[in-house]
Design a protein around this ligand. Structure first.
Ligand code: ADP
Ligand code: MG
Length: 682
């Protein structure tokens, strides 16, 4: 194989000496499928076996290295007794003890009269130095007198095998041609990829995250990821669509009828979206904004503009109740020349068929529904815009599919109420353009946040009573108490019983086991104020507007991260009344918990909070992003490497601007990124 090609790295594990079928399948189970994957198997620690000692100076109970000459084999003729080999140097004698080893093997590794270097833990038995079952033995002292890396061994592969195969890879590491420009290399002291990998595996470099080799490799990862995103963006932009032509006076008419004034951020987002609609390039945009920042109205105005340009619009929500809420709002806002419909799982089959037929005949302008509106049997006549609400859990591949499904003329707008730090936005939504609504409506009063110990529940109940008397509604959240779903469920049930005694007929219960229809019914009834208190586990729907709810009580609040608490807090404070969030705790707060509460009390800005949350908990944990298929880097970290993210972003912008040829990066992309997307590109 060519010494300068990346292909060696992508080749099968079976190309490694010492890797048999069994090791290969164990490695595969760990997601290590080729040689490149093994490069990221890093030592956790190491044992330094480089210093040798004379026998007389050996220290008992320590790992020592010593060069000796085997003198005599002591192989007992009795079963279960260990084999021994007596060795010496010019200062004394030492016994190597072997349990369960064949005589032939022992003779081979410890030949009489030769000098052999041995490393292992030294013990003392009846005044004799001993090393039991030494694993590090060789006539070549260089192989022993060195630092030996130690790996985490959950896979059932020994240290020896890891050391052997990884050393083998490092010896054969191809000399790859530098893919970065000089001004980038300079930032990492010009260390090459090849050198950097070698440094990465050196025992003494464990944990040296700020060194140039580590930074360069982390940068490579971030950059390749950004480059793929940039190519996807470019590819989407190349799709020419029919421009949407509409008159701005239509939206002015709607805006003038609203009970409120749009915020500056809403107006800015709307301008960005309208520009996309009017352009001949397909829109692929994320509208990101804190809970309650008013994304719905922006998306409905964009819908109206698309309809006036002669297209159909599909508006997808994660739940029926939310779809229905959006549908009702549209009915209220738009005049009856706009044909609206709701595709509900509850509609009669006959009714559904009519809706589907109408969509196909372009007799419906705007359809609301859950993911059901993307079934195969539903064909639009002239779909021009797809809007997907509360969609922060889609991966890049799913988003791409969605964009393809809409067809060439179809613009795509995703909306997410999950504010996340900028480095994460770049990671998760790097393939999209992003509009951000940071500003909250002016009329809105900030939710007041309190913390209370469980023992003060009487105070909380008193407060709740007062709110109910003022005709306000309350959310009461009982989160996970134990790891078991059953207990979790029971805690909500018992809280429901407890509250029902105090507030008879005014409490409803919602939990993980409530079935779909029942859940919708309960939420609808709560919306219609049939209940005053809704006790629930954390299943309260995202996005639904309950303007009449003014209190959210969150029990066992330390079970949540601050971003989650902020999301839950966003369930209230949507009307003009003062709202309150009461965080309850079982016992006195730890320092960490106090810190988190302080952040929550002092800020109502989801972006700021998520930034703090990320610092406290690491990026994988905030809002469960780790589970949602978000790219996780091997070395890079959106918290600690935000500077590298910035460098990569700047470099990508430069490359895009001058339309630079990216073929130099081919090996980088092939090595680091997901083949399915790359095949489309390079
Ligand atoms: P989200 O961004 O979480 O989806 P919504 O679009 O549901 O938020 O809006 C939340 C509430 O705020 C709705 O009742 C909506 O009518 C109201 N709202 C939206 N924009 C404004 C504004 N500029 N001023 C006052 N209220 C607004
Ligand atoms: Mg919403």
């Amino acid at each position: 194989m060519n010494k300068n090609s990346h292909k060696y790295l992508l080749s099968d594990l079976s190309n490694l000496r010492g890797v048999g079928k069994k090791t290969e399948s164990l490695l595969r189970k760990k997601g290590i499928n080729n040689i490149f994957d093994l490069l990221w198997k890093l030592p956790k620690t190491y044992t330094d076996r480089s210093y040798t000692s004379k026998i007389k100076d050996l220290k008992i109970f320590e790992i020592q290295t010593v060069s000796v000459t085997p003198l005599k084999y002591l192989f007992p003729r009795v079963r279960n007794l260990p084999n021994k080999v007596l060795c010496k140097d010019d200062t004394g004698q030492l016994e190597c003890i072997f349990f369960n080893s064949y005589e032939g093997y022992i003779k081979k590794i410890l030949p009489l009269g030769k000098i052999v270097t041995i490393s292992g833990k030294v013990s003392n038995f009846r005044n004799k130095y001993q090393i039991t079952n030494p694993k590090y033995i060789s006539e070549n002292e260089d192989l022993i007198k060195t630092k030996h890396n130690e790996y985490s061994l959950t896979e059932g592969i020994s240290q020896n095998i890891y050391n052997k195969i990884i050393n083998q890879i490092l010896l054969n590491l191809p000399d790859l041609k530098e893919w970065h420009k000089q001004h980038i290399c300079k930032k990492f002291n010009n260390i090459s990829w090849n050198e950097a990998i070698k440094e990465l595996h050196k025992a003494e470099n464990i944990g040296q995250h700020s060194k140039n080799f580590y930074q360069r490799l982390a940068y490579d990862e971030i950059f390749s990821f950004f480059l793929v995103n940039s190519e996807i963006r470019k590819k989407i932009k190349k799709i020419k669509k029919q421009k949407k032509i509409f008159n701005n006076s239509i939206q002015e008419n709607i805006i003038s009828k609203l009970k409120f004034k749009l915020t500056n951020d809403q107006i800015k987002a709307l301008i960005e979206i309208n520009d996309d609609l009017k352009s001949e390039n397909k829109m692929f945009r994320l509208l990101q904004g804190d809970v309650g920042s008013g994304k719905t109205i922006v998306s409905l105005i964009a819908s109206l503009n698309s309809i006036k340009a002669g297209f159909q619009v599909a508006f997808m929500a994660p739940t029926e109740i939310l779809a229905r809420q959006h549908y009702n709002l549209a009915k209220e806002l738009f005049d009856n020349k706009i044909n609206l419909d709701l595709l509900s799982s509850k509609s009669e089959n006959k009714e559904k068929k009519i809706t589907i037929k109408k969509l196909n005949e372009n007799k419906i302008d705007l359809i609301f529904g859950t993911h059901a509106i993307f079934q195969n049997k539903i064909q639009f006549k002239k779909l021009g815009l797809v809007i997907i609400d509360e969609q922060h859990k889609f991966g890049v591949n799913q988003r791409k599919k969605l964009s393809d499904k809409g067809g060439e003329n179809c613009d795509v707008l995703l909306m997410s109420a999950t504010p996340i730090p900028r480095t994460l936005t770049m990671t998760i939504y790097g393939d999209m353009d992003v509009s951000i609504i940071k500003e909250k409506p002016k009329s809105r009063k900030e939710v007041k946040t309190y913390s209370k110990l469980d023992s003060k529940i009487e105070d909380v109940l008193k407060f709740v009573k007062k709110e109910i008397n003022n005709d306000n509604q309350i959310f009461w959240v009982c989160p996970l108490i134990e790891e078991s779903k059953k207990i979790d469920h029971e805690s909500a049930v018992s809280k429901f019983k407890f509250l029902s005694k105090i507030f008879p007929d005014q409490v409803a219960l919602l939990h993980g086991k409530t079935d779909f229809d029942e859940k919708e019914k309960i939420l609808n009834n709560f919306l219609k104020k049939k209940y005053k208190i809704l006790v629930s586990t954390t299943v309260i729907e995202v996005g639904i507007d309950f303007p009449n709810a003014t209190v959210i009580v969150i029990e066992n609040a330390n079970k949540f991260g601050i971003s989650q608490l902020h999301q839950l807090r966003g369930r209230v404070g949507r009307g003009s009344k003062q709202s309150n969030c009461i965080l309850m705790f079982k016992s006195n707060l730890s320092e960490n918990a106090k810190k988190r509460i302080k952040i929550l009390k002092s800020s109502n800005d989801g972006f700021e909070i998520s930034e703090e949350d990320m610092k406290l908990r690491g990026y994988g944990d905030i809002l469960g992003f780790k589970q949602s298929g978000v790219k996780t880097f091997k070395l890079a970290d959106p918290i600690h490497n935000s500077d590298l993210f910035k460098i990569a972003e700047k470099e990508i912008n430069r490359i895009e601007k001058v339309n630079e040829d990216i073929s130099n990066f081919k090996p980088l992309l092939k090595l680091y990124d997901r083949a399915d997307i790359i095949n489309d590109i390079v």
